[in-house]
Design a protein around this ligand. Structure first.
Ligand code: SF4
Length: 177
């Protein structure tokens, strides 16, 4: 007879659930819901805007990704889509819009001008919006093709899913100047 079956013998306690299972499932569910309910704020300043509009049109169907509805109030948006050249003159407005968005929030640099300043290597143009606000995703191209934008959107969704309900890591966000 097995020792555990001896009358009066102490049995091992039932195996406890791995810690954090419920919390991590909830985290994954929140990440999943967030990645399919993107509300983008289009900050459009220049020619990249045409490509942005063509991507947002019915042919490419952003609704498939749950990102079909732009919001024109920063308080209702969670993805700031910066599209086109950003001059130093307009940069305080971009920074204010970013600050008005509630957490969690993500920033996309759309087109090479927003990523690096592009070929506008001059005193008037911001040489990459990440010198003003933190950027989560860079989509290069002059302008980027809609396929590039869709690929970028899917990468952003992956990032949102992985973040789940956790706050945006402060270490990844340089202090605003
Ligand atoms: S990346 Fe090219 S298309 Fe886009 S704003 Fe700059 S110059 Fe215009």
């Amino acid at each position: 007879m097995d020792e555990l079956e001896t009358p009066g013998a102490l049995k091992d306690p039932p195996e406890a659930s791995p810690p954090g299972v419920i919390a991590s499932r909830l985290d994954a569910a929140i990440g999943w819901a967030r990645k399919y309910s993107i509300f983008q704020y289009p900050f459009v300043t220049a020619c990249c805007g045409m490509e942005f509009m063509s991507t947002a049109g019915s042919h490419y169907d952003l609704d498939r990704f749950g990102a079909g509805f732009p919001r024109f109030s920063p308080r209702q948006a969670d993805v700031l889509m910066v599209v086109g050249t950003v001059s130093h003159k307009i940069s305080p407005i971009l920074k204010r819009i970013y600050e008005q968005m509630a957490e969690p929030k993500w920033v996309v640099a759309f087109g090479v001008c927003t990523c690096t300043g592009g070929f506008y290597d001059d005193y008037a143009t911001v040489q990459g919006i990440d010198t003003i606000i933190p950027v989560d995703l860079y989509i290069p191209g002059c302008p980027p093709r809609p396929e590039n934008v869709l690929q970028g959107l899917m990468l952003l969704q992956e990032k949102i899913q992985k973040q789940g309900n956790r706050p945006t890591p402060g270490t990844l966000r340089p202090p605003l100047r």
